[in-house]
Write a protein that binds this ligand. Structure first.
Ligand SMILES: [Zn+2]
Ligand SMILES: [Zn+2]
Length: 115
């Protein structure tokens, strides 16, 4: 009780604006930490895993690279780790097969569904 909060301290915020980073540099810094954008991951995956189908092993040439698609192993298209651990390069046929079979297979082999 009776304590006096004395002093005439004025709160002074440092007014220095020492760092004048250009906006471009800040954006560049931020980009480093962002996950790979959806338009980039395909190129990245092809670069990491090569122009080869992970399933049938068919190799593709640069001119046929559009036939290779990127499959997300966990099915989550938002999960794009930069090391490519969630990607698999599949040719369009295998990719199609992978998805249809997966859905059907899960359905048929669901242990909870007993005839
Ligand atoms: Zn294939
Ligand atoms: Zn897929």
């Amino acid at each position: 009780m009776g304590r006096i909060y004395g002093g005439r301290h004025k709160t002074r915020w440092p007014q220095k604006t020492g760092e004048d980073k250009p906006v471009e540099e800040i954006v560049r810094e931020l980009r480093k930490h962002l996950p790979v954008s959806s338009s980039d991951y395909r190129e990245r995956s092809l670069k990491i895993h090569g122009l080869i189908c992970a399933k049938c092993g068919r190799e593709f040439e640069q001119k046929d690279r559009h036939l290779l698609t990127v499959h997300h192993k966990d099915g989550n298209h938002m999960n794009n780790p930069a090391d490519g651990s969630n990607w698999e390069n599949l040719c369009v046929y295998c990719h199609d097969d992978e998805h249809s079979r997966g859905l059907l297979g899960d359905y048929l082999s669901d242990p909870k569904k007993k005839g």
